[in-house]
Design a protein around this ligand. Structure first.
Ligand SMILES: NC(=O)c1ccc[n+]([C@@H]2O[C@H](COP(=O)([O-])OP(=O)(O)OC[C@H]3O[C@@H](n4cnc5c(N)ncnc54)[C@H](OP(=O)(O)O)[C@@H]3O)[C@@H](O)[C@H]2O)c1
Length: 349
């Protein structure tokens, strides 16, 4: 789908079990370990790293977490980064150390996503782009991943000119602290009728909606909104596609939801869209005629813990036969982060 082929280099595939490092033992790091186990990823040795050494329990199993240091990357073949972002963050600090020691790095943060030398990959959409990596492959933002799983199948068949997207983003998207802050704010609000400390959020998140959770940048768009615009264009290899997002943090523990309005290049019908969405790997249509465990609409509680992005509420635009409305929900810790990263790693075999 993207412009990868001309950039392909001397891509070498792994054969057999490999030494894997997970850097970060927070919301995404833990989910990565769970997914490596669930998918029976060929792991020879697993190293879990964080800022400090400790024991970590995941699904009843105890793991040793070691301190992230350059020497800890010795022998690591695939390094799944789920640490902090930015100049002093885990990926920027340790990427050169990991690559120097022979690892291929798959990063969940935003530091390398828009770097022209770094493929930005959703395997179902542009998995072939891993072939031109030069040591780093980036995972998209969780909001971009959920949007593109619903948009890409329609883009391929009907073309998409414009997408107007409003997001309903869970607090786990802000990491483990986001989850504990929502829990304590709900308890405080219910017992005292107010929230005294908004934690990592700019205002209370309990019983509230925050359309200003992210830093406001150019043209009044937030940095989260810019990520969705730019990452979509890069993954699809289409600088002309217009993405018009409004990102909102909502008091939901896990799984994002998105309201999506697509303007297509060719006329589209609800039936045709449903058929191609149903065929697309990683997407599950949930509606009146295809309920999921009795549920007739995608919801964060049902998307949580699942690999598929749930898509439903398909409707036509009553005034425009080249447009479609959708509602999607996907697990931001899985398809939005850890699952997608492990799927990228699987593309290296
Ligand atoms: N949450 C999501 O839905 C989501 C989705 C897509 C992408 N991401 C990205 O994934 C990354 C991790 O997010 P998260 O939600 O898991 O955050 P989190 O729950 O806050 O966990 C962050 C983890 O990173 C570790 N860490 C921080 N600085 C480090 C350093 N310099 N070296 C090594 N480890 C370090 C922390 O170690 P300690 O435990 O020792 O403090 C912690 O275990 C972020 O870049 C985030 O933007 C998150």
């Amino acid at each position: 789908m993207s412009n990868s082929v001309k950039k392909s280099s001397s891509f070498k595939k792994f054969k057999g079990p490999v030494t894997v490092a997970v850097i970060g033992a927070g919301a995404v790091g833990k989910e990565m370990v769970r997914i490596l186990n669930q998918r029976k990823f060929p792991v020879k040795e697993l190293k879990i790293m964080a800022r400090s050494a400790r024991k970590l329990e995941i699904d009843g199993k105890s793991y040793d977490v070691i301190e992230t240091k350059p020497e800890a990357f010795a022998g690591v073949q695939i390094a799944l980064f789920a640490g902090t972002e930015g100049e002093k963050g885990a990926a920027v600090t340790f990427a050169p150390e990991a690559i120097k020691r022979g690892a291929v790095l798959i990063d969940n943060g935003s530091d390398f996503r828009m770097d022209e030398t770094v493929p930005l990959v959703i395997p179902e959409i542009n998995g072939e782009d891993v072939q031109w990596h030069k040591g780093i492959i980036a995972n998209p933002n969780c909001t971009t991943a959920v949007l593109l799983m619903a948009l890409a199948p329609i883009y391929r068949k009907f073309g998409v000119k414009r997408a107007i997207v409003s997001t309903y983003q869970a607090v786990s998207g802000a990491g483990a602290k986001g989850v504990s802050d929502l829990r304590s704010q709900v308890e405080e609000y219910l017992s005292q009728g107010k929230v005294t400390d908004s934690g990592i959020f700019p205002d209370p998140i309990a019983f509230n909606l925050l359309a200003h959770n992210w830093k406001i940048e150019e043209e009044g768009y937030s940095n989260e909104e810019w990520k969705v615009i730019q990452e979509t264009q890069k993954i699809l290899g289409d600088k002309k596609i217009q993405i018009i997002p409004t990102t909102v943090r909502v008091p939901v523990f896990n799984s994002h939801a998105e309201s999506i309005y697509l303007e297509t290049k060719k006329p589209i019908t609800v039936e045709a869209a449903k058929a191609i969405l149903n065929e697309f790997p990683g997407v599950l249509v949930v509606d009146e005629s295809s309920p999921l465990n009795g549920k007739k609409c995608p919801m964060p509680l049902d998307a949580s813990g699942r690999d598929e992005v749930l898509v439903g509420r398909l409707r036509k635009d009553l005034q425009n036969d080249k447009a479609l409305l959708l509602w999607a929900s996907g697990d931001n810790l899985r398809k939005g982060a850890a699952l997608n990263a492990v799927q990228i790693a699987e593309c290296l075999f």
